[in-house]
Design a protein around this ligand. Structure first.
Ligand code: URA
Length: 435
């Protein structure tokens, strides 16, 4: 078999056999197929799509590119959550400590920033010293000691996703249902969980902007989890505007800590509690989702979830003092305001553009080798439905370099739409799949 023939086959809308998909994935993981050939195959796949059998074969090949872990030494249920990604989406940092404080184990394998979205690993790495790539033994130890461990794909676990994810990020080959399903499910099925809660975003800041596409992706992922014997549910949630008030790495860590302290933005708190509640329910810690909500709120109010976050940071080598002293996190030196170009009710946002603007300021990657600037961020002052006067500040940009500030500022200003009438409130949770 030759990679060049498989690229041509997909370019010409052919369907791959499982053997062909295995050849591509194992060859690329071992370094025998170079980046340029995998990039070409990804683009052909993005354009031509994958059939259901191809998606199943791709998920299996990526899953078995590394170890499939199990934790027989850890009693109790293991549960996880994964989001398809959005702007300001930081719930993992909040719900992992809540759920671990509630007695379940959360072995979470996350990703870096992808496209216009931020990644959990990059956010955690803004905490000085935090190690997102421990050995498998280190992962086990941290999980056993505190009930949560947040790591990235490694050379041992989901190595194919580690490499392909980084390539998709910089080749505009992210927004494809089959590639997203295989990426997410290969990581999640490798981490030894009993149950999985999926947060599938929909709207202008999501990879799947139409609700129907988000539902299709959710159904595919729930079906894949169930085929592998895992309980799963997907929540289709709003991404027509950023989640919470901040986007950007340090800022999102601070906002997460605020929620763990019982404060923070209402939408972020509500979604974190809802996802935690489903994790408690699927993990059989509570008999109903409603009991799960009560438990999540109690663990925040008592400070137990915040203590768990501190413990988790310290065990992964991070400076847990950031929880009390936010100045220990990297901060941008300068600020600029973005004023509203019009007056009226804020009706909609082109939310993806906020993520692109943030990346331009250093908060994302345009090439695989790019370093993230964790201090840059966007602070959003208005939500859809708010009344705004022309010139009023909509966003504060926290930045370090002037080089692309104007371009970012224009993108942000032009990403708000206004109307004379107040738009109906958007529901944060649109639907459930697989409940
Ligand atoms: N999150 C992932 O882990 N992979 C994707 O492809 C998209 C979102």
């Amino acid at each position: 078999m030759r990679a060049v023939d498989l690229i041509r086959k997909k370019r010409d809308a052919g369907e791959h056999s499982p053997e062909e998909i295995n050849f591509l994935i194992s060859g690329y993981t071992r370094g025998e197929i170079p980046d340029y050939q995998m990039s070409a195959w990804l683009m052909a796949t993005w354009i031509r799509g994958l059939s259901r059998p191809e998606i199943a074969a791709l998920t299996e090949a990526m899953l078995h590119s590394g170890e499939v872990v199990s934790f027989p030494e850890i009693a109790g249920r293991k549960v996880d959550k994964h989001s398809t990604g959005g702007v300001g989406d930081k719930t993992s940092l909040i719900l992992a400590p809540i759920v671990a404080a509630g007695g379940l184990s959360v072995p979470m394998i996350s990703g870096r920033g992808l496209g216009h979205t931020g990644g959990t690993l990059d956010k955690l790495e803004s905490i000085p010293g935090f190690n997102t790539s421990p050995t498998l033994a280190g992962f086990r130890r941290v999980l056993g000691q505190c009930g949560m461990a947040l790591i990235g794909q490694t050379a041992e676990i989901a190595p194919a996703d580690k490499k392909i994810y980084a390539l998709r990020d910089v080749t505009s080959t992210v927004e494809n249902i089959g590639l997203i399903c295989a990426s997410i499910m290969s990581k999640k099925l490798a981490e030894g969980i009993d149950a999985l809660v999926l947060d599938v975003k929909t709207g202008s800041g999501a990879f799947m902007q139409k609700e129907g596409d988000s539902v299709r992706l959710a159904e595919l992922m729930v079906e894949t989890a169930e085929r592998m014997g895992k309980k799963a549910v997907a929540l289709i949630t709003d991404m027509d505007q950023p989640l919470g008030r901040f986007a950007g790495h340090s800022h999102e860590v601070i906002e997460s800590v605020e929620v763990l302290k019982g404060r923070g933005a209402a939408d972020l708190r509500d979604l974190s509690v809802e996802l935690s509640a489903w994790m408690f329910y699927l993990g059989e810690r509570t008999g109903t989702v409603d009991e799960g909500r009560g438990l999540a709120l109690k663990l925040v109010a008592s400070g137990e979830a915040l203590d768990k976050f501190r413990q988790g940071i310290a065990l992964q080598g991070g400076d847990a003092r950031v929880v009390e002293d936010y100045s220990r996190l990297p901060q941008a030196k300068r600020r600029a305001e973005v004023g509203s170009l019009a007056g009226g009710f804020l009706a909609a946002t082109n939310c993806m553009e906020f993520g692109v603007a943030l990346a331009m300021l250093g908060g994302g990657r345009e090439k695989k080798e790019d370093q993230i600037d964790p201090g840059v961020g966007l602070e959003f002052h208005k939500r859809i439905g708010d009344r705004v006067t022309a010139g009023e500040t909509l966003v504060t940009i926290h930045y370090n370099s002037e080089s692309r500030l104007n371009e970012a500022r224009h993108r942000i200003a032009e990403s708000f739409q206004f109307s004379d009438r107040q738009p109906p409130a958007k529901r944060l949770i649109r639907r459930l799949v697989g409940a």
